[in-house]
Design a protein around this ligand. Structure first.
Ligand code: AMP
Ligand code: GLY
Length: 423
């Protein structure tokens, strides 16, 4: 089996690391990949949205399966593009078709899906430039804080949470009228604020069957104590200590089952990961958002806990035989801590040499934003390296990750020292 992974982050390095362990794998390719994937696979220097070039490399390298990491190419229709081309239609793609990727591509679409299928989520209404005044009136009926969401993809920045009504109105106008997030904010979802603790749930779906992956929790804010700006994610743990049997059962019955059934009822073609962003309010799960891919850095703690051969698992997704797979999970806890470039998530520099890899022991090193420059590993993004460790509980796992992180060096390296602080 020859496999191509699309993407260049920690999620893709982790998937590559896992697939590379399979005796059923022949050649592994990552496009565009990073310095970490280059060690275990062949990087192909093409962008994830360059569909024609992706097709050419599939044919040239005799690739038998494509695994899509990020949401962008899915929302842009990479699955449909390859499926509709007679030269590539036989190559399975792990990741939903465009119509189903709207679950992440449009917040309004996702809210309507949840309403239609009785899935618990915050009350909402959506507005456009033509209904701005109605949007103001709706805000006046809500209690603060106010949650404004750009409908479309906005690189993780499209959600604003505001304490002040006047500020919320100003931001609503700026999104709808002044195109604050470009086309992505031509429609805005305003929703009720939910207070609780968040967690990430991943379900692998083959269109007929599904498997629930281990739960994870990520830490999105840049600052300790969950303060400061939102990032892609600064660390993660799996499993999540506060998810007991009873709560897991509620997630299953109220959220996972109706989501998978809803995809079928609505004829949304889905073979891939559904990422359900949940919030626990009191003792009840509510859906904050859907993503149509794995999370990053959640992947860095979820995938290392899966002990089943991943080539077999993905093949079952392609063949709609996931029900035949026995998905085995390592009982231990995985924790990851992300090192980032100084300045991130605002502007930061790239190209800083990273040293100390050879001193890391007993942890997994996943590259998130790195590149090779004259045989040296250098920083190439805001999030740079994730260090994952497995142990009996999250405290021990984190201890290992922190011990190893101290051995890594690059100019202006930063990481949160309090991952897991709230567990
Ligand atoms: P999203 O991009 O939809 O995941 O939103 C980004 C972040 O905003 C989430 O991870 C939550 O922390 C927060 N958020 C989104 N919607 C709500 C809500 N209805 N209530 C409280 N927090 C929310
Ligand atoms: N860690 C959150 C995400 O991948 O969207």
């Amino acid at each position: 089996m020859n496999i191509l992974i699309l993407g260049s982050g920690g999620r893709e390095h982790t998937l590559a690391w896992k697939l590379a362990q399979s005796p059923r794998l022949n050649n592994l390719y990552v496009a565009p990949g990073n310095a970490g994937t280059a060690e275990i696979a062949k990087n192909i220097p093409i962008g994830v949205n360059n569909f024609e070039a992706i097709k050419d490399s599939l044919l040239k390298n005799d690739i038998n399966m494509v695994i899509v990491g990020p949401e962008d190419p899915l929302v842009n229709g990479i699955h449909d593009f390859l499926l509709n081309d007679p030269q590539t239609s036989h190559i399975p793609v792990i990741g939903p078709q465009k119509a189903a990727a709207e679950l992440e591509g449009s917040k309004e679409f996702a809210k309507k899906f949840m309403m239609r299928h009785g899935i618990p989520t915050a009350a909402y209404e959506s507005f456009t430039g033509n209904t701005l005044e109605k949007g103001f009136a709706f805000l006046e009926t809500l209690k603060p804080p106010y949650v404004l969401k750009a409908d479309g993809l906005a690189a993780g920045k499209g959600v604003l949470i505001l304490d002040d009504l006047e500020e919320a109105k100003k931001e609503l106008a700026s999104m709808l009228v002044a195109s604050k997030f470009g086309k992505a904010s031509a429609t805005v979802v305003i929703e009720e604020f939910l207070a609780g603790i968040e967690l990430s749930c991943f379900v692998l779906v083959d269109g007929a069957n599904y498997k629930v992956l281990p739960m994870a929790k990520d830490y999105k804010r840049i600052g300790e104590g969950d303060t400061g700006l939102n990032t892609g994610g600064m660390g993660a743990v799996s499993p999540v200590p506060f998810v007991n049997k009873e709560f897991l059962n509620k997630i299953h019955e109220r959220v996972i089952k109706p989501t998978v059934e809803g995809l079928k009822k609505d004829n949304l073609p889905y073979r891939g990961f559904v990422f359900i962003g949940l919030i626990k309010v009191g003792n009840d799960p509510f859906v904050i958002e859907y993503n149509v891919r794995l999370g990053d850095p959640e992947t860095e703690v979820v995938i290392p806990r899966i002990t089943t051969d991943m080539v077999t698992v993905f093949e079952a997704v392609a063949n709609q035989t996931l029900d035949m797979v026995d998905l085995k999970i390592d009982e231990r806890t995985a924790a990851t801590v992300m090192t980032v470039s100084g300045g991130y998530p605002e502007s930061y520099e790239k190209g800083k040499e990273i040293t100390g890899f050879e001193e890391i022991k007993d942890s997994l090193v996943f590259h998130a934003g790195t590149d090779l420059k004259k045989d040296k590993v250098v920083t190439n993004g805001g999030r740079v390296i994730a260090i994952t460790s497995l142990d009996e509980n999250f405290r021990e796992a984190l201890k290992k990750s922190y011990q190893n992180i101290e051995k890594l060096h690059f100019d202006r390296m930063y990481y949160r020292k309090d991952i897991g602080f709230d567990l």
